[in-house]
Design a protein around this ligand. Structure first.
Ligand code: UD1
Length: 432
């Protein structure tokens, strides 16, 4: 069942500290692949069957967006059937887009399919301003007139089809690469996108588009070439495992000094996280091509982390690793270069006894011998995961609010942690 966080009373997650975890955890399908692939189903004038879909609120929101433009969506036990034969609307309502930035990614497929798309600017969010200038410039290069009026990005194809083009991205933005790759699948002629994002989710999206008949080469490298085709067709596709969820459980093993196995994973997608865990002293064992074991250690060394586009260290793992480094010996540094305001968990970790000093976009983390449970507030999705991890390791009980962030991107995280032996439960605020 996909969760729906709306209408729920505000809850608090009570996490018992000093947890010892043990056992195996199943990794769900990748959130970021799923959201882009759901947008891409708009390119197909048939039905897409998508499997291994995570049960998270962001997926529910993307379903609402697809329905808002007239698409039929049915979900059943981790699979979605998306029938985009008829799209009745080129306009996406503001109240859906402002809840989730990834909803802006429908602009490329809508424009390619209908010749017109009107999507509100996603606006700011907790981790930074996150503009869409690279999406807009690329769509213009593909032959669209784009006007931004009263906060709505309105794109109109100048000809009946978008036109293939050479596009250089000033920055390897994941979303812009995906928007432009999707738009170019139905364009007339060849599109070459240079300085692309190389994230595995971009490759997964390309594989899905290829399963519908798109001609795409080079996804996963810095240059993607798309030969436009007039139509895309029904397909059946399974989403890759979520590397960020897997890496979060890897840190869960390390921070609680426990042993956890997890599958399915694609170890190549976890290279940066594995390297950092091994560098500080955790043991990581590849049990098979899709199964990994992490063994925590009694003590960890310090390290230096800088977030970068893939294959660099993922910004989506920065907060979780920072939680771990609060309990590692010596002075570690964590530099956030991808988003300008993604260090709000620092203050919350300090409430739990961490010693972290902020110098601009660099957090200097001096290891402490223990964290202590405290009331904390999740400020964004990955910050919420970091606080859960810190709470599992801390002495005493942690009460975390802001659970809508956690629900956006982690499929049944409490049940999965309970299955590993953690004690945590959700209660209405005020009842604890
Ligand atoms: C995606 C992921 C998110 C991840 C991020 C970076 C999804 C749904 N979300 O977000 O989990 O943290 O990649 O790995 O896939 N930028 C611009 N102009 C643009 C686009 C982006 O300046 O037109 C900037 C952003 O403000 C940010 C940086 O580029 O500072 C990276 O953003 P981007 O790679 O686009 O991230 P998203 O696609 O939003």
């Amino acid at each position: 069942m996909l969760p729906n966080s709306q209408d729920r009373p505000e809850s608090v997650l009570r996490i018992q500290g000093k947890a010892t975890l043990n056992g195996h955890v199943s990794i769900s399908g990748a959130k970021n692949s799923t959201l882009a692939i759901m947008a891409a189903t708009l390119l197909c004038s048939g039905t897409s069957h998508i499997r291994n879909v995570p049960g998270i609120v962001d997926v529910q929101k993307m379903i609402e967006i697809l329905k808002a433009v007239g698409v039929k969506v049915t979900s059943d036990r981790g699979a979605l059937d998306i029938d985009a034969k008829h799209i009745s609307q080129s306009h996406v309502p503001y109240d859906l887009v402002n809840q989730m930035r990834a909803s802006f990614f429908v602009i490329g497929p809508l424009l390619a399919r209908l010749g017109v798309a009107r999507v509100p600017l996603p606006g700011g969010c907790a981790i930074g301003t996150r503009p869409v200038d690279l999406h807009v410039k690329g769509l213009q290069a593909l032959g669209a007139d784009v006007i931004i009026d009263q906060g709505i990005v309105q794109a109109y194809a100048r000809k009946s089809r978008l036109q293939g083009a050479k596009i250089y991205l000033d920055y390897p933005s994941v979303g812009a690469t995906e928007t432009l790759m999707m738009a170019a699948t139905l364009a007339e002629g060849e599109t070459v996108i240079e300085n692309c994002a190389q994230e595995p989710e971009v490759s997964d999206l390309a594989n899905f588009c290829r399963s519908m008949g798109a001609k795409i080469r080079g996804a996963g490298s810095k240059t993607i070439t798309i030969e436009g085709v007039p139509h895309l067709y029904s397909s059946d596709f399974s989403i890759i495992p979520d590397r960020i969820e897997a890496a979060t459980f890897m840190v869960a093993a390390a921070i609680t000094r426990s042993t956890i196995t997890m599958s399915p994973v694609i170890p190549d997608h976890l290279t940066a996280a594995i390297a950092k865990l091994e560098e500080i002293g955790a043991k990581v064992v590849l049990e098979s091509s899709s199964r990994i074991r992490v063994e925590g250690a009694p003590k960890y060394r310090h390290t230096h982390i800088e977030t970068l586009p893939y294959p660099g260290f993922p910004t989506d793992m920065q907060a979780q690793f920072m939680a771990l480094l609060t309990l590692s010996e010596g002075n570690s540094t964590v530099k956030e270069t991808v988003f300008e305001n993604r260090l709000q968990h620092v203050a919350e970790l300090c409430r739990m006894g961490a010693n972290i000093k902020l110098q601009g976009n660099i957090a200097v983390v001096t290891g402490v011998s223990a964290l202590c449970g405290a009331p904390v507030m999740a400020t964004d999705l990955r910050a919420s995961a970091a606080l859960v991890l810190a709470g599992l390791a801390a002495e005493g009980e942690t009460h975390m609010q802001g659970l809508h962030h956690l629900d956006r991107g982690y499929d049944q995280i409490e049940a999965k942690l309970r299955g590993l032996g953690a004690t945590l439960e959700r209660q209405p605020v005020g009842s604890e």
